[in-house]
Design a protein around this ligand. Structure first.
Ligand code: SAH
Length: 365
């Protein structure tokens, strides 16, 4: 039995059935046995691949966007550039390279990475060696002082934050809880025997619409994170860019999933060995951010955003006078990022800025 399975069974023995958020939280982030703290899961050898890992264009375009936001806001001398969940550090590396195009911008930056996984911190350190920036690592966003103009980016962070699920029954909402079944030696869902206080967190728009059997997901940790980011932007000035796969919710539906070696897997088999995620409800995230006092730009898709930032031109310049093979590779990377059948429309962009600040480039109303 794996150490994490043993831990979960012991925890259930004293606490009873766990919420899905507790199960997900232990699987992904248990400091000794969790998925992220114990491995580098990203890339061909791992379980999943992300946009910055697909192409340098992703990070470069975001770097130019950040530089433009900085310029539009009067080129603040002290600017904190924060990334939460930087993975292997590739997005930060590529965006810093592009940021050098804007005179004065690199010198204004102090870099802050929020990462709990020691394995990934190590990877980030290697990737960012030679960038000539002083970089500080933090366990939590709240560890970073909020006294300067802030530019914040996250890619594929929110899908990894724990969610809770509820199912409509003929008697009303019941939370889906995780138990261990000793006879079959596996984990699985049961419905809570009665109503609980947390169901009041189900967004009003869908609470009364559900038919028996339908599932609602809430993301209290994601909402809290969005609110914290928003409060920081509202106080310090600046902008935050949140990119992930998801939908303009709230909406009903079960999106809890496991990915292992680039294939869907059983989220209850081998806890801690697969990436557990849920699609991000961007509508609710935007609402949480507005509650934190930030102005929320109109939501966009990855396709529209990267096109507005000039991905076609960047791809063309990377292809210019290059061998046929390389041209094809760049075109394939561009298409993977923006085609509606690939990551183009499933991935969304939510951006926040300080109320009263200039509109965000590429995301004007
Ligand atoms: N942004 C990267 C990596 C995405 S994977 C990319 O696009 O390639 C998710 C990242 O979020 C990992 O770095 C993981 O360690 C980190 N992470 C997961 N939960 C977190 C949390 N609660 N706080 C901060 N980082 C977290």
């Amino acid at each position: 039995m794996s150490a994490l399975t043993d831990h979960l069974i012991r925890r259930m023995a004293v606490e009873g059935p766990l919420t899905l958020a507790d199960y997900m939280g232990d699987c992904l982030s248990h400091p000794d046995f969790g998925y992220y703290p114990t491995r580098d899961p990203i890339g061909a050898q791992g379980d999943f691949t992300t946009s910055p890992e697909i192409s340098q264009m992703f990070g470069e375009l975001i770097g130019l966007w950040l530089a433009e936001v900085w310029r539009l806001n009067g080129e603040p001398k002290k600017t904190r550039l924060i990334e939460i969940g930087p993975g292997r550090g590739v997005l930060m590396r590529d965006l810093l390279r592009a940021a050098r195009m804007m005179p004065g911008f690199p010198d204004a930056l102090s870099i802050h990475l929020v990462e709990t996984s020691p394995v990934l911190r190590n990877k980030q350190q290697q990737t960012l060696e030679g960038t000539n920036h002083s970089i500080t690592w933090h366990d939590r966003l709240s560890d970073i002082p909020d006294d300067g103009f802030t530019l914040l980016v996250t890619n594929e962070l929110f899908d990894a934050l724990p969610i809770r699920q509820f199912q409509m029954t003929s008697e009303g909402w019941r939370e889906r809880l995780v138990i261990h079944n000793p006879a079959e030696d596996n984990f699985g869902f049961v419905l809570a025997p009665g109503p609980g206080p947390a169901e009041t967190l189900i967004p009003k728009a869908i609470r009364s619409k559900a038919k028996p059997g339908e599932v609602s997901e809430i993301a209290p940790m994601g909402w809290a994170m969005a609110r914290n980011i928003a409060e920081r932007i509202a106080t310090s000035g600046g902008a935050a860019l949140i990119i992930d796969y998801g939908y303009d919710g709230p909406a009903l539906g079960d999106t809890f999933q496991a990915l292992r070696a680039h294939e869907f897997a059983d989220p209850f088999a081998d806890p801690g060995e697969a990436d557990l995620t849920a699609h991000v409800d961007f509508g609710s995230l935007a609402q949480a951010a507005a509650g934190g006092g930030a102005a929320v730009a109109p939501m966009s898709t990855q396709r529209d955003f990267l096109q507005a930032l000039g991905i076609e031109m960047r791809a063309a310049s990377l292809m210019h006078q290059k061998p046929e093979e390389q041209k094809k590779a760049v075109a394939a990377q561009r298409d993977r990022l923006i085609d509606p059948d690939e990551m183009g429309t499933l991935f969304k962009v939510l951006a926040l800025h300080q109320p009263g600040a200039p509109p965000l480039p590429g995301l004007e109303r």
